[in-house]
Design a protein around this ligand. Structure first.
Ligand SMILES: Cc1cc2nc3c(=O)[nH]c(=O)nc-3n(C[C@H](O)[C@H](O)[C@H](O)COP(=O)(O)OP(=O)(O)OC[C@H]3O[C@@H](n4cnc5c(N)ncnc54)[C@H](O)[C@@H]3O)c2cc1C
Length: 481
């Protein structure tokens, strides 16, 4: 099939999926509350055709067009090709959609490039299955979410001890040609709007862990026994102009319950091998943060432009305090882009001929990004103040009584019309303050694990690498010791 259109994507969602909103079982393809989100996702699929030169490439075997995010990078030129596509795809939602399918596509392509890890202990079946799955996803243009975090209810023990162990995903039974999995995961962003839940390792499992927990597989969202339990929906109805992001980009997170779900072995990629499970993600950041870094750069650059307009429409863009905040936003975007460039320049063969970026700048931006994203929203709120809420709808400007009044009493400074002023502040509010914006900020804080965990991890790796300017050399150069 190759790269799908939006229409084809929507048709693919019509299956037996069990989706819960509150205590109600819903059909997301028919329920009006999800129409905006689904239109937003469908437009993403069409967008890849609009920018086909950048976003699509020929499948190496069949020649049909597939999304460039499926490329298994074997050279710096491949990474550059992927950069162009990922940057373009991020612009579709200015980075407000975190889980467009290119995210998990990049993860999966990285795993296929490192098939050697899956066969570390001789399991060629698993490696073959993973590579076949990657081709199936690329050629069918399937939309994947990843569900990798166990619902660690008790934070004082590991993910697989005590009550956590009772709830985490694990193999509960086997048949001759399948495993049967029960357990739950938090969260699956895009959960009800994806074709497949791809389940792979997040945090390493402690030595001696029951192999039943060491699994990696994919299951259709509509598989028997899968319950997709939605958080409240933050999508807004009404014209896109009134809610530029909420009207289309609520990518809908979900809590997932697997109740005895049968997974055929063709979709099982790790089956109890703790060593493979704990080795799989050593290259993950080096591969995937090219995608997440570009999305963040596009988003932060957009935020800078938006904030400049918020300042200009109030004629306060020359005020030193305002310029300082605008400069801060510019810095976030520039440093993010610079980190992506540095990562790409330091690309190398990470094994098996798979070329990924240098992970050091990537790990650094991963860790600082939650702070920058939260500060970006704070700056927009500081600059916007009450104006963020004094925003007539597009329709009010057309109303015979209200229209002339709001045009007269709510114009922008600098000769900017009332309509344009309202659009700027509506866009800003939906970016930094609306219900969806609050959820997006939480996503930015946690989707790559918590900042606390990443800081600890960065420190541990730094101690292993020992490549920094160190104390002893200074003493030695200074003739002190
Ligand atoms: C909107 C959203 C969407 C998500 N989408 C997905 C998805 O699609 N797929 C998926 O698999 N997961 C998803 N997640 C889950 C996400 O991956 C987890 O929330 C993330 O890994 C953090 O998990 P945690 O709460 O266990 O973090 P922890 O690392 O336990 O952090 C929780 C809190 O404890 C603090 N903390 C942790 N360790 C320490 C320490 N040693 N010292 C001091 N403080 C500490 C942290 O600062 C943080 O405030 C999503 C989360 C959100 C919010």
């Amino acid at each position: 099939m190759g790269a799908r259109t939006g229409k084809e994507y929507l048709e693919g969602l019509r299956d037996d999926r069990v989706v819960w909103l509150g205590d109600e079982q819903v059909d997301v393809t028919e329920d009006a509350r999800f129409a905006g989100s689904l239109a937003g996702m469908a437009d993403y699929f069409d967008y890849q055709h609009t920018y086909a030169d950048e976003c699509l490439m020929a499948d190496p075997e069949t020649g049909e067009p597939i999304n460039v995010s499926h490329l298994i990078p074997r050279s710096k030129a491949d990474l550059q090709r992927r950069h162009v596509a990922l940057d373009r795809l991020a612009r579709y939602s200015v980075g407000m959609l975190g889980r467009t399918p290119d995210y998990v596509n990049v993860t999966l392509a990285g795993y296929a490039g490192r098939r050697d890890i899956f066969e570390l202990n001789g399991d060629t079946r698993a490696a073959d299955a993973l590579c076949a799955f990657q081709q199936e996803v690329a050629r069918g243009d399937l939309s994947l979410t990843h569900t990798i975090i166990n619902p660690s209810i008790d934070k004082s023990v590991s993910d697989v001890e005590g009550i956590n162990g009772e709830l985490a995903f694990r193999v509960v039974r086997r048949t001759a040609d399948s495993i049967v999995v029960s357990g739950s995961k938090v969260l699956g962003t895009l959960g009800p709007f994806a074709d497949e839940n791809f389940v792979y390792p997040a945090h390493p499992l402690p030595p001696g862990t029951d192999p039943a927990y060491a699994i990696c597989f994919s299951a259709p969202v509509g598989a028997k026994g899968v319950h997709t339990v939605l958080r409240d929906h933050y999508g807004a109805t009404g014209p896109v102009a009134d809610h530029p992001f909420s009207s289309r980009f609520d990518e809908q997170d979900a809590f997932l319950i697997f109740d005895e779900v049968e997974i055929p072995l063709e979709r099982v990629f790790i089956d109890g091998d703790l060593e493979v499970y704990n080795s799989l993600n050593k290259h993950w950041a080096a591969n995937v943060i090219q995608q997440t870094g570009l999305r963040a750069a596009v988003k932060l650059e957009f935020a800078y432009d938006l904030a400049c307009r918020v300042a200009h429409v109030q004629n306060m863009d020359k005020r030193p305090d305002v310029m300082k905040m605008l400069g801060e936003l510019w810095m976030f975007g520039s440093l993010t882009r610079a980190a992506v460039t540095a990562g790409e320049q330091g690309a190398r063969d990470w094994g098996n001929g798979a070329v990924f970026c240098d992970d050091q700048p990537f790990r650094a931006i991963r860790t600082i990004m939650p702070t920058w994203m939260a500060r970006t929203n704070e700056i927009l709120r500081l600059l916007g103040s009450h104006n963020l809420l004094c925003t007539p709808t597009a329709a009010s400007f057309e109303h015979p009584v209200l229209g002339p009044l709001v045009k007269r009493y709510l114009p922008g400074a600098n000769g900017i019309s009332a309509e344009e002023r309202a659009q700027i502040f509506r866009t800003a509010w939906d970016f930094c303050g609306s219900g969806l914006a609050g959820r997006v900020e939480l996503y930015e804080m946690f989707y790559l694990a918590s900042q606390a965990r990443n800081l600890q991890f960065d420190h541990i790796l730094a101690q292993m690498d020992k490549e920094w300017t160190d104390y002893s050399s200074f003493l030695s150069v200074s003739g002190i010791a």
